[in-house]
Design a protein around this ligand. Structure first.
Ligand code: FES
Ligand code: FE
Length: 443
């Protein structure tokens, strides 16, 4: 394949075999995805244009840039961006690329700055991304009187937030963020409503891991209830050995095989418009929450939201918010594409504002045990994503099967509601992926 093919989406559009619809085998009982959607470098190049540059992408949480001058570096697809709170409090998202000769202007992952000074030749930008100074501008051999300096760093045209989650888009015509999130707001709301103040704070250092596999494996997996007892067999056995619990919180509490199997029959799955996949699983025996160690805390949540909602808030919801962000347990997770077979995952544990310290502490320890660097869960999963990619090298076989629950999913508005064991959440990704890839072709 020539470099030109890799870089030129138009080439992709012209190829009959690259018609986005051809990546999906759809029928009443069929939902299959073609291997090339995960492996082909030309597909990956087109995804960056038609998916990541066209939709909303989560870039930061407001608690990470709470004060004027606070900034965080992030990515929208392959493009490095800076999320910055300017002196007037406004949030700007700009491409982290000096207008002079292209160096990143911000090399830190997080911090506070009065201005950004490019490390290469020292051009200076404000926290709003505007160019403030060109170094040694007037010295002999410098820039002439007629030199046209650009206004500043490239600003993403759309930046909106929902309950502290900041999203940005390169697409000036992207739908409003609230409409884009749709039913995924339910999971965000329930996660945040476990805070008596309705807010979360990203306080801990995130855990970063890279795997040699396609980004869509992580997007599918964070809402995959099917894999748990298989991929995490070692963890399940550990639980069994130590009395069905390796802790008092989250996934570590009461994790017997029987209890986990039962989970597969409670709640619902969702295949949502705009590509979001959801898992909803209510907590059982809510009385135990109201009489346990944190009774007062749960009572306050019940007072604010009612009995029925308390079961959902205390339950195990998870969301894969298309294309690169998810929520599970007490964490925000992002995954960013680096190449067709390389992805970076960042896990941000968060604290619930107003919750007892012991509760936040317990949740953090629980996260470490399952999702942390020495935990069981994250390692199991990223190993599988790399093995998926290895397996797909066997391209004598064309298709992957995503058909669980296809006959029991029911359309509700623009979303499909599935039974808990359905692969409805995984199908959500492919529904939106195909739509965006095809829309790019018509443009
Ligand atoms: Fe930034 Fe030259 S590349 S000042
Ligand atoms: Fe997993």
């Amino acid at each position: 394949m020539s470099a030109n093919v890799y870089e030129n989406p138009v080439w992709f559009a012209r190829q009959e075999q690259s018609d986005p619809a051809s990546f999906l085998m759809r029928g009443e009982d069929k939902f299959r995805v073609h291997t090339r959607a995960y492996t082909d470098p030309s597909v990956f190049a087109v995804e960056m244009e038609r998916v990541f540059a066209k939709t909303w992408v989560y870039v930061a949480h407001e608690s990470e840039i709470a004060q004027p001058g606070d900034f965080k570096t992030s990515h929208v697809g392959l493009q490095p961006v800076v999320v910055s709170r300017a002196a007037d409090g406004a949030v700007h998202v700009f491409v982290n690329r000096c207008v002079h000769r292209g160096s990143v202007v911000c090399r830190e992952s997080r911090g506070n700055a009065q201005e950004f000074s490019c490390p290469y030749h020292g051009w200076v930008y404000g926290t709003d991304g505007k160019l403030l100074a060109v170094s040694e501008r007037r010295e002999p051999g410098g820039y002439s009187e007629r030199f046209e300096a650009p206004e500043g760093l490239f600003q993403l045209p759309r930046v909106q937030s929902y309950r502290g989650f900041i999203f940005a888009s390169f697409n000036a015509d992207a739908p409003e963020l609230l409409g884009f999130l749709g039913r995924a707001k339910t999971i965000i709301d329930r996660k945040l409503n476990l805070s008596p103040e309705g807010e979360i704070v990203l306080h801990s250092r995130p855990f970063v891991v890279r795997y040699q596999g396609n980004w869509k494996f992580q997007a599918e997996n964070i809402v995959d209830a099917y894999h748990f007892l298989h991929t995490h067999k070692g963890f399940v056995q550990l639980q069994a050995k130590f009395g069905d619990s390796t802790g008092d919180f989250g996934v570590h509490k009461g994790g017997s095989i029987k209890a986990m199997r039962k989970l597969r029959f409670k709640g619902a799955t969702w295949n949502c418009e705009y590509g979001h996949g959801l898992l909803e699983s209510p907590a059982g025996e809510i009385e135990s929450y109201l009489t346990g160690e944190f009774a007062e805390f749960y009572e306050e949540i019940r007072r604010q939201h009612g009995d029925e909602e308390l079961a959902w808030i205390a339950g195990k919801g998870a969301a894969s918010i298309f294309p690169g962000m998810g929520m599970i347990h007490q964490q925000i997770r992002t995954w960013r594409p680096i190449g067709p077979d390389m992805t970076e995952v960042v896990i941000y544990p968060y604290e619930l504002k107003g919750a007892p310290d012991a509760f936040n502490e317990g949740m953090l320890r629980s996260q470490e045990r399952f999702y942390g660097p020495a935990g069981h869960g994250a390692a199991d999963d990223v190993d599988i994503f790399a093995r998926n990619q290895q397996g797909l090298a066997g391209n004598a076989v064309d298709w992957l099967i995503l058909e669980r629950g296809l006959d029991t999913d029911e359309l509700e508005g623009a979303d499909y509601r599935g039974l808990p064991a359905s692969e409805a959440p995984q199908r959500a990704l492919w529904r939106e992926w195909t739509r965006l890839m095809a829309a790019g072709e018509q443009a």
